[in-house]
Design a protein around this ligand. Structure first.
Ligand code: HMG
Ligand code: MG
Length: 323
């Protein structure tokens, strides 16, 4: 095991004063919705998210359209989005074909995605963890050469729907492999929303002894309503990057039991209550969330796999909202 890089023990870490929120609603939120949403509506949703002050928005995926038909319009979505100063658009990329499409779209940030369990990577991207890292090697190399920012996701970092509890050691080992490939930010995923603060504390205390704190993000799903508690634990460890999805939409079609993502509305509200700056306007965010939930209800009849909405109680939605 390498020598720990952090001079300060994570348990003594300073709670951040500002956080980076990576809004994943247009990607993680929509990928699970069966009825196709048109490109213009997706772009309208993304624009409303920027209007609310979100600066990092994962807008789509350059994956196989057979795997995720909802995001088959990735190229059109990215090409239709206006350049907005300070707003970073990103997209998932699983292989070289995906990178080529991403480059054609003009997007400047991508994310590769693997997992801490082989059963999940097989189910999700038809590769073992090793095969995924091999597939990402030329992707990350070329993306970095082209000047793109590259994030790496590690799904099932706490629990896997097929293998159960995941130990901290493989999560660290995969994180280090991704950083060695040239990935610049690692997002640690509780894909099926089973982690509790003790799990987060155990795994993340271990990881943060070896990984640069500023490059670590947390990606919580809210199946059991524990996402905000898990954010609290992560903040106490000094972590300042969180993924969330407007309106609490989301899930992974390849992870049975994966429910909605941590809702951005709940996250922002919670952070503001803690005196932590986000740069997000809660009322405008509520408008974006209401828009997409309404569209989904109209197209699908229901909002798939909605997360725990307890924390949304304090957010005021327009009367027409499906909430
Ligand atoms: P495969 O079938 O093994 O790959 O899929 P393949 O290379 O044999 O290709 C099959 C077909 O797809 C071919 O087309 C390829 O050309 C095409 P055909 O010849 O049959 O007409 N293809 C592509 N087309 C467009 N763009 C591409 C691409 N690649 C192949 N990039 C593959 C392997 C990885 C492609 C597939 O399994 C896939 O796309 N999977 C994506 C699954 C996905 O998006 N899952 C959800 C995201 S992960 C997640 O949600 C978790 C996360 O939120 C974090 C967390 O919560 O933990 C990130
Ligand atoms: Mg996810």
């Amino acid at each position: 095991m390498d020598t720990p890089v952090n001079a300060v023990e994570p348990v003594k870490a300073v709670k951040p004063k500002t956080v980076k929120i990576v809004e994943v609603g247009p990607r993680d939120g929509l990928q699970n919705e069966k009825a196709l949403i048109d490109t213009a509506t997706k772009c309208q949703f993304i624009e409303k998210l920027s209007d609310a002050g979100l600066k990092f928005i994962e807008v789509t995926s350059f994956v196989s359209p057979k795997a995720v038909p909802q995001l088959s319009d990735a190229l059109d979505v990215v090409k239709s989005l206006p350049v907005r100063p300070g707003v970073h658009y990103s997209a998932l990329v699983p292989n070289i074909k995906g990178l080529e499409r991403a480059l054609e779209s003009g997007i400047r940030e991508i994310a590769v995605f693997t997992a801490a369990s082989n059963s999940f990577t097989q189910n999700n991207i038809n590769m073992t963890i090793e095969e995924s890292l091999a597939a990402f090697t030329p992707v990350v190399e070329r993306a970095r050469r082209e000047g793109l920012f590259v994030r790496g996701y590690i799904s099932t970092a706490f629990y896997c729907p097929f293998e159960g509890k995941i130990e901290k050691e493989p999560v660290l080992a995969i994180s280090q492999r991704l950083l060695d490939l040239g990935v610049q930010e690692i997002s640690i995923g509780d894909t099926i929303g089973q982690a509790v603060p003790k799990d987060v504390h155990t795994t993340m205390t271990h990881l943060l002894q070896y990984l640069p704190l500023a490059q670590v993000a947390m990606h919580f799903h809210d199946t059991n309503g524990m996402a905000i508690e898990n954010v609290k634990t992560s903040l106490d460890l000094g972590i300042s990057i969180f993924d969330s999805s407007a309106g609490g939409l989301g899930g992974c079609p390849y992870a049975p039991g994966a429910s909605g993502n941590l809702s951005t509305d709940a996250l922002v509200h919670f952070l503001h209550q803690q005196g932590i700056q986000t740069g997000v306007d809660e009322a405008r965010l509520a408008e974006a969330s209401a828009l997409i939930r309404q569209v989904i209800q109209q197209t699908d009849g229901l909002v798939e796999d909605i997360g725990n909405l307890e924390y949304l109680g304090q957010v005021t939605y327009p009367p027409s909202s499906p909430l």
